[in-house]
Design a binder for this molecule. Structure first.
Ligand code: TPP
Length: 361
């Protein structure tokens, strides 16, 4: 039997909902401003992408509004050579780690290049299969350890992913081999329409770490400062050979699961309003910055106007790009195409030639 008190995780919170610091942080004012600008821009991008989907200009989209502090606070704690293994909802973390906005657009448009991060930016293709990227992160961490590269890998996933076998295999392997990996769970309370309580019987996600002999931490995922500090510590531990950490970031998605979902069918209105009015991660950091005289309404207005213009121009330009060529889809499955793929590619080419011949003849 476990000791009951072993499972009493105290949730870490450094910046409270009113924008007051509960204890001292070593984060500089410049970093606080960087965090704020990232969060505000990410919210604007998310809202824009939602509108583009409604206009039929991109495919199904999984919005991340509400989860900016969790994603941005954690990604800012990484070094450039660290690896991110993201899910479909982690675009804010990806952009902080260097994914260009052009690639984000390609991904949401279903373009082949949406899965191809430029060389030198350590982000693997965005994962749709729930929890699969926990194993990918472990594999990358194992390689990093064997090659003595000093890079840490981070797997981003949701609460629903913790009910998948992959998650448990990943934690076990990472702990047995003391790998430099951080498992970053954004507990946004729902796996599509399934609430956490119907999905697991344990009190917290963080406590699952105990079974695997690794460190587990629960943090207020809407407190960007708390998330940053907790992540920094986990990354430092991983890098210095002290093994993996499971972080549970307590957060909420303000929008639907995807653009095909209607949360009114399964989420109480009062619950949504509480997270919107009292717990918004952007609002609380703004209160702190205003209190420190680092941010004004004028700064806010300028950033919003300038960034919206920049975003619109970028989107307009990206929309002029050519669509992907079907024969190209065979290139990215393996580093070298196998005979079956070569055959399939030939087949596609000859079908295309036939079609072109029909059109001209
Ligand atoms: C292995 C697998 N099973 C089912 C699905 C269908 N599916 C897509 S999203 C989702 C819910 C995931 O919830 P969670 O892990 O909490 O992440 P969130 O979407 O809330 O970020 C499910 C079941 C899938 N993509 N992969």
């Amino acid at each position: 039997m476990y000791e009951e008190n072993q499972l009493n995780f105290e949730q870490i919170q450094l910046l409270d909902e009113q924008g007051h610091m509960k204890s001292k942080s070593t984060i500089s004012d410049d970093t606080l401003l960087e965090m704020y600008r990232w969060m505000l821009k990410a919210r604007l991008i998310d809202e824009k992408l939602l509108r583009l989907q409604r206009q039929g200009r991109i495919g199904t989209y999984a919005p991340f509004s509400g989860q900016e502090a969790a994603q941005i606070g954690s990604a800012l704690a990484l070094e450039k050579h660290d690896w991110i293994c993201p899910s479909y909802r982690d675009l804010a973390a990806c952009m902080v780690h260097g994914m260009p906005f052009e690639q984000v657009m390609q991904y949401v448009k279903g373009h082949l290049h949406g899965g191809k991060t430029p060389d030198g930016i350590n982000i693997i293709p965005i994962q749709i299969i729930i929890a699969a990227q926990t194993l990918h992160a472990v594999g990358i961490a194992f390689a990093s350890k064997l090659k003595k590269e000093q890079s840490v890998s981070v797997s981003y996933f949701g609460d629903g992913a913790t009910s998948e076998g992959d998650f448990h295999e990943a934690l076990n392997f990472a702990s047995v081999y003391q790998l430099p990996v951080v498992f970053f769970c954004q507990n946004n309370k729902y796996a599509i329409s399934v609430p956490l309580k119907q999905q697991m019987a344990s009190r917290t996600i963080a406590q699952k770490a105990i079974a695997y002999g690794m460190k587990g931490v629960q943090v207020d995922g809407n407190d960007v400062i708390g998330v940053y500090e907790v992540m920094k510590e986990a990354v430092d531990r991983a890098r210095s050979g002290q093994g993996p950490t499971l972080i549970e970031a307590d957060t909420y998605r303000l929008g639907p699961h995807t653009t095909s979902d209607d949360p009114n069918k399964y989420r109480p209105k009062e619950e949504e309003l509480e997270w919107i009015r009292q717990k918004d991660p952007i609002l609380r950091l703004r209160k702190l910055l205003e209190g420190k005289a680092l941010w004004t309404w004028g700064n806010e207005e300028k950033l919003i106007n300038d960034f919206q213009l920049e975003l619109d121009n970028q989107i307009q330009e990206i929309e002029q790009h050519d669509p992907p060529k079907i024969e190209e889809s065979f290139h990215y499955v393996y580093s070298k195409m196998n005979p079956q793929l070569v055959e399939q590619q030939k087949m596609i080419k000859s079908l295309q030639q036939e079609k072109a011949g029909d059109l001209h003849g």
